[in-house]
Design a protein around this ligand. Structure first.
Ligand code: NAD
Ligand code: 2HG
Length: 471
């Protein structure tokens, strides 16, 4: 544990409850030294008293790594907190990632960065992960939860962008726009109408009627399509759409089939040879969900045999970590065959890549990260119990907020409340999710020396996964 040293004058001045405790630059939320320090930040309060400045650590010690070209809105939010923010436009390969992640308290990624157990094992200081996207399959969520790392995402900020892309692709496939445009770029005039269709009156089959699927349903109906959908749970139909009880039935009645399911073991190769065989002759397949939802070899066979009239793919089993000439055979062995097929639109995972979506995601996930780091709020976490307490106000002197992540076993609250016994517990809230539970508590009548004792006692409890004390 680092030995207490006086806080700097600037911080002491800015905070009414500055204490003579500080931290080393290697501050860690998982070690007893981690809660020492100070934080110069104002919290909003629902009370008339001015907000209290919580001081979990020196903000300049807080290191955030942002990968994959995360939007400026997020960078601004994190910079405004005074964190040290390091930004990369691309993902990092595993070796570089392990090197970088050792040092940081929070990391922001999109869909390319694989935060596996192997990588997370090295992330000794990591408190939070922000997935600046919808999908969280790139993170080992369970490992993260078991090691006290909260994961946040943006569940619907890019849904509209994906739905609009799919609408564009439905028309582009029906009119063979990709091929006509490519021919013109190669100086070939090829005016044809054979197998080109209006979309009015055609049936769109949506697999997965969640945020994206249901948004798409509304757009497609407004253009005169009939919509059917298949989902593993019963869901309210929007407009005149109709839920269908089996995937095979949906496949057999749809002119266009579009996939909007998450990456799960059950959705791996959800569409393969037998499912394609169940589709209508000349139908079209669109996949903007995750790459391994479609068996691409089976798709290539169906395109070359003429069974399918075309396909649009935005996602692939293996995707390059950065822009450039990387969509080649060494990435996925079927690429040379796929790119030869007629009426196939291939896009580089851009479903959610619009200015609107990226800016909204930056705000949403950037804010969730700061609220967790500064206040302990886990609202919006995908692997943690969701909890929040109102911020402390400035007139609440001598208070400490305890954030205690622990194994979900009997007897924890009894033990913890014995540790709190000499103090008034003003608020306490606990929630579990699977094997992990999270307790937030605001404790009154706490002196500076109590903080250290409280921390040490909590640290030594057998159920502890991670602790932070904000004061
Ligand atoms: N291409 C892109 O840029 C892009 C952008 C955003 C999201 N996505 C992907 O799209 C997926 C869907 O996004 P969403 O926001 O609509 O998710 P969502 O969670 O709102 O909806 C998913 C729906 O799929 C259903 N589902 C799950 N398993 C199923 C199965 N086996 N068969 C049928 N339905 C099943 C769920 O019940 C749910 O209703 C995301 O998980 C993400 O992987 C891709
Ligand atoms: O922006 C990305 O990289 C991912 C987009 C999308 O697949 C998502 O999961 O939101």
């Amino acid at each position: 544990m680092s030995s207490p040293v006086p806080v700097s004058g600037a911080v002491a001045e800015s905070s009414s409850n500055a204490v003579t405790l500080s931290t080393s630059p290697t501050i860690s939320a998982h070690s007893p030294g981690s809660y020492f320090g100070s934080m110069n930040r104002r919290l909003t309060s629902s009370f008339t008293a001015p907000p209290k400045t919580l001081k979990p650590f020196n903000t300049e010690d807080m290191k955030v790594l942002l990968l994959e070209n995360i939007n400026k809105t997020a960078i601004d939010i994190l910079n405004q907190q005074g964190y040290q923010v390091e930004v990369y436009k691309t993902s990092l390969d595993e070796e570089e990632l392990i090197e970088k992640i050792r040092d940081v308290h929070a990391i922001g990624i999109r869909s390319k960065t694989k935060l596996t157990a192997k990588v997370l094992r090295e992330a000794k200081n990591l408190v939070a992960i922000g997935c600046f996207c919808i999908g969280t399959n790139q993170v080992d969520l369970e490992y993260a939860a078991r090691h006290g790392i909260a994961v946040f995402n943006s569940p619907f900020s890019n849904s509209r962008s994906v739905a609009e892309l799919v609408i564009g692709e439905i028309i582009a496939l029906a009119r063979q726009l990709g091929d006509r445009s490519m021919e013109m770029h190669q100086n070939t005039w090829n005016k044809v109408s054979a197998k080109c269709w209006e979309i009015r009156g055609k049936t769109l089959g949506i697999v997965g009627y969640g945020h994206i699927g249901s948004q798409l349903s509304v757009l497609a109906e407004s253009m005169g399509m009939s919509v059917v959908y298949y989902d593993v749970v019963p869901l309210m139909a929007l407009g005149t759409a109709r839920q269908i009880s089996t995937l095979n039935e949906l496949l057999s009645v749809s002119d266009f089939v579009t996939l909007h399911v998450p990456q799960l073991p059950e959705t791996h190769n959800l569409i393969s040879g037998p499912q394609i065989a169940a589709m209508k002759e000349g139908a079209y397949l669109i996949n903007a969900s995750r790459g391994n939802v479609v068996d691409i070899r089976a798709l290539v066979n169906a395109l070359s045999s003429g069974k399918l009239g075309g396909a649009a793919l935005d996602v692939y089993p293996n995707e390059p970590a950065k822009n450039g000439p990387h969509f080649v055979e060494t990435l996925n062995s079927w690429i040379p065959e796929l790119v030869k097929q007629k009426n196939v639109i291939l896009t580089p995972h851009i479903g959610g890549s619009t200015e609107e979506a990226q800016s909204a995601i930056g705000v949403e996930v950037g804010t969730a990260l700061t609220k967790y780091i500064n206040e302990g709020s886990t609202i919006g976490a995908v692997n943690f119990p969701e909890l929040s307490l109102r911020p402390l106000s400035a007139d609440e002197e001598g208070h400490v907020r305890v954030l205690y992540i622990h194994s979900n076993v009997p007897g924890v609250l009894r033990t913890v409340n014995e540790i709190f016994a000499d103090h008034n517990i003003e608020k306490q809230y606990s929630e579990s999710r699977g094997e992990v539970a999270y307790m937030m508590a605001d404790i009154a009548d706490v002196t500076t020396s109590d903080i250290k004792t409280l921390y040490e006692q909590l640290y030594n409890t057998p159920f502890r996964i991670a602790i932070r004390l904000l004061y």
